[in-house]
Design a protein around this ligand. Structure first.
Ligand code: NDP
Length: 340
């Protein structure tokens, strides 16, 4: 068992999650990649413990994180028991259900049957009595939203989740879900959308809805899965997400146009005395309504680098304009233009 750092709360910034009583670290750690049964367990453990030592109190999981699906929750549960057993009340642990998890009609989407069974499975895998936040992972057009929201509400009533959230819902779907949850008096506090310099869709309405509703926002993949880092400025390094068979980033997404954008952004970062990853995180956190950026990592040094983004969160108008320009001219035909 490792001893946790006595100075773990000295540097991290905590931001209030919407109008709720809960604060989250400005940088949270997600366990989508690099914490599964295919990944080195010692590095996974070291990353969780380093994150906690840096003041990252929030760890984001989902039923299907691995691979194999479910094994990221098992890895995290093991670290909790071995190293952080006395610190449960210092942690915000989230999980989700909404993507395919088991065969047949009850292991996917948004039915009450699936969501509640999945939460029980997640709790067993992590060996927890409750999670802090339980999310519906994605909207399900075939299930009435009321059914999915009643399942989230039930999770709270059963004492299996303290708060609930939704992920990847569009602005209108978000309004509908929040209306139902408010009527039920369910403690809904957070939305988890994708947001980075390469995917700015939430600027077209969702951020306004969240601000208006007083709901927190934790943005996922702020580094665009590693694109917005020094990883791919020249080539596709061995061991990177784009090089891995089970990675969600395809090498053919890294076009010459995209690489040119990344190089321009890297120059802007350097002028600010930041790494590209730090620039990307600071940029995502520039909206007040964004409570936290949930990053991924494949090694401890990346977590150190990413958290240091918090040392410089201020942007001048000129810097913001330069970033927009760096993204725009060569954006034609890239992911950035398709997704904005
Ligand atoms: P990021 O965009 O932060 O990408 C993480 C990757 O970037 C790492 O695996 C690593 O790549 C690289 N990286 C991270 N930090 C650095 C650094 N400082 N310097 C250089 N490279 C760095 O996030 P993810 O895509 O991993 O997503 C983060 C979390 O968001 C997930 O774990 C999950 O919790 C959540 N999420 C939620 C979704 C939802 O539907 N709600 C969907 C997707 C994610 P490499 O591995 O190549 O080293």
């Amino acid at each position: 068992m490792k001893t946790v750092s006595a100075t773990r709360y000295d540097r991290m910034t905590y931001r209030r999650c919407g109008h709720s009583g809960l604060k989250l670290p400005a940088v949270s750690l997600g366990l989508w990649h690099n914490f599964g049964s295919v990944d080195p367990p010692d590095e996974a453990r070291a990353m969780v413990l380093r994150a906690f030592d840096l003041g990252i109190t929030h760890f984001d999981l989902a039923n299907n994180y691995g691979p194999e699906p479910g094994t990221a929750e098992e890895t995290f549960g093991r670290v909790l028991r071995q190293d952080l057993a006395g610190h449960r009340d210092e942690l915000i642990i989230s999980t989700k259900a909404g993507w395919r998890m088991w065969p047949g009609p009850y292991g996917d989407n948004g039915s009450r049957k699936y969501l509640l069974a999945s939460l029980d499975q997640s709790l067993r895998r992590m060996q927890l009595e409750y999670v802090d936040i339980f999310y519906h992972h994605r909207p399900d057009p075939e299930t009435p939203v009321e059914e999915s929201m009643l399942a989230l509400d039930q999770a709270v009533r059963l004492g299996k989740a303290l708060y609930v959230g939704i992920s990847a819902y569009d602005p209108q779907g978000t309004r509908e879900a929040l209306k139902i949850l408010r009527e039920l008096r369910t403690p809904v506090i957070i939305h988890q959308p994708r947001y980075s310099m390469l995917d700015r869709r939430i600027e077209d309405g969702l951020l306004d809805v969240l601000e208006d509703e007083g709901i927190g926002c934790i943005v996922f993949s702020p580094l665009a899965q590693g694109l917005l880092t020094n990883r791919y400025l020249r080539d596709i390094p061995a061991g990177s997400r784009a090089s891995k068979e089970h990675g969600a980033l395809r090498p053919d997404e890294i076009t010459p146009e995209l690489r040119a954008q990344l190089v321009r952004l890297n120059d802007i970062a350097a002028r600010r005395g930041q790494s590209l990853a730090q620039l990307a995180i600071a940029w995502a956190l520039r909206h007040e309504v964004v409570t936290s950026a949930v990053i991924g990592a494949s090694r401890v040094s990346q977590i150190d680098d990413s958290v240091a983004a918090l040392d410089n969160l201020a942007f001048s108008r000129n810097e913001l304009r330069a970033i927009d320009e760096a993204l725009t001219p060569a954006a034609t035909g890239t992911e950035a233009s398709a997704q904005r």
